[in-house]
Design a protein around this ligand. Structure first.
Ligand code: RAT
Ligand code: ZN
Length: 436
């Protein structure tokens, strides 16, 4: 009878995790209003469009670009030759070298297979032309609904990079560009904190005159810039990615990044009642030839995050870190500060073995008070595999944790399990966004 109860508990947990719709905390996905370079059955491809979907985009994901350069000798394919190929030629190249000439067992390769399978295509066919034919018949807008349905995603959070000219122009030209209710905007402004001279020059050019050092007038202009863009995009939070070297030393810290954070970003976010997401640990462009795939991981300073939480108690921070070695300290920091919400297994830690390890540790230290995962999908269809794989791993952890308490005689009810899973996949994000 005891084992029967355990099996019942396990299937309850697995079902709850499978069925709970998720608000995806962080992606790089866009609705069709931002244009799509591959229009499928719809008319009107936009070569610089931001909505990426389909098999060629899946295969040319920057995770796979980095992997293919490892296995093809430099003399056979110099970087420039790869970048001169069309998207389909690049996809053919990756398919040949990473799927056919060696087995696709890396997480990024496996992801393509899971995605095809759950879309109803058979990876066993190994028929790239056939998959292309199928995608070419789909309508991008309807594909969004289909993918969200299969992945169990009820809201997609974008990353709206205001310093990206292509994207900024689209917001300026069409005030309804972000109006698709399936998507929520996030204002992303890395240069404000990472490269002030560049940010200041751009702000000045855009009608917000600020100097290379920060005086009171510059602070006012910086705040006005943020307010304008928060209202234009109707962002639900703001975000920055910071390098491993990022430091914050406290109220007296005169670094320009600390001043911008304290004097411009924090006050505007407080007045708009909005959290800031910090993604820390990515060293940009250690191999620029790989483009998006050329960034490295580095150990970051968790103490700086703790100091920000202490110095800015009226601000709320979401935080994720890229280095495996930072995960434990970050979870401990979250125990100290309720204005810190840990989220996701980001990029190089978004691998089964590490998701398992990190999620277990977080449950043990934080109970249900964190956001276990985000997809970081750049290609629409990736939502399927990212969530499929993560749901399975999160369920494994939860099964063990509920079993441990059940062994004491504490029997979690189905309603309680569903409540907890809803916190992980939806309510923690919603509550943290809303709470003053
Ligand atoms: O995971 C990724 O796709 C990275 O290229 C980055 O986009 C990272 O997630 C980021 O948001 O900076
Ligand atoms: Zn990202």
């Amino acid at each position: 009878a005891a084992t029967e109860q355990m099996t019942a508990l396990e299937s309850l947990v697995r079902r709850a995790v499978r069925e709970q719709p998720v608000w995806d905390f962080h992606t790089h996905l866009y609705p069709p209003s931002f244009g799509t370079p591959f229009s499928g059955a719809a008319n009107g491809a936009d070569p610089k469009g931001l909505m990426l979907w389909g098999i060629d985009e899946l295969l040319t994901y920057h995770y796979l670009v980095a992997e293919v350069f490892r296995v093809v000798p430099a003399r056979q394919l110099p970087y420039d030759d790869f970048w001169r190929m069309t998207k389909s030629e690049q996809a053919d190249h990756i398919w040949k070298h990473l799927f056919l000439e060696r087995s696709p067992i890396s997480e990024a390769c496996r992801g393509v297979l899971t995605t095809l399978q759950r879309l109803g295509l058979d990876p066993g066919d190994r028929d790239l032309q056939g998959y292309r034919g199928w995608f070419a018949q789909q309508d991008p807008n309807r594909q969004i609904d289909r993918v969200m349905e299969i992945a169990g995603v009820s809201r997609i959070t974008m990353t709206n990079a205001v310093f990206d000219d292509n994207e900024r122009q689209r917001w300026l030209e069409n005030q309804d560009v972000g109006a698709d209710s399936r998507f929520a905007a996030v204002l992303r402004f890395d240069p404000l904190l990472c490269d002030w001279p560049h940010a200041a020059a751009r702000l000045t050019e855009w009608g917000y005159p600020v100097g290379p050092t920060l005086d009171d007038e510059g602070v006012e202009q910086g705040r006005r810039f943020l307010r304008d863009w928060i209202s234009r995009t109707r962002a639900i939070y703001c975000a920055v990615s910071l390098p491993p070297e990022f430091l914050y030393d406290g109220m007296e810290d005169s670094r320009i990044s600390s001043q911008v954070l304290r004097r411009i970003v924090a006050p505007v976010l407080e007045e708009t009642n909005m959290p800031l997401a910090l993604m820390i640990g990515s060293k940009r462009g250690v191999n620029p030839q790989l483009r998006d795939g050329g960034d490295m991981v580095g150990l970051a300073d968790v103490a700086s995050v703790a100091r920000i939480c202490a110095d800015l108690p009226r601000n709320r921070l979401f935080c994720t870190m890229l280095a495996r070695e930072n995960q434990h300290e970050l979870a401990v920091a979250a125990r100290k500060f309720r204005n810190l919400m840990v989220f996701g297994c980001w990029w190089f830690v978004n691998n089964p073995s590490l998701i398992d390890e990190i999620t277990r540790m977080r449950v043990e230290l934080l109970g249900v008070s964190f956001i276990p995962q985000h997809s970081d999908a750049r290609v629409l269809d990736q939502l399927i595999y990212k969530w499929d794989h993560s749901r399975e791993l999160i369920a494994n952890v939860l099964v063990d944790k509920y079993r441990d308490v059940a062994a004491t005689g504490w029997r979690p009810t189905e309603a309680e399990i569903r409540r907890d899973v809803r916190l992980y996949f939806h309510d923690n994000m919603a509550n943290f966004l809303a709470s003053p």
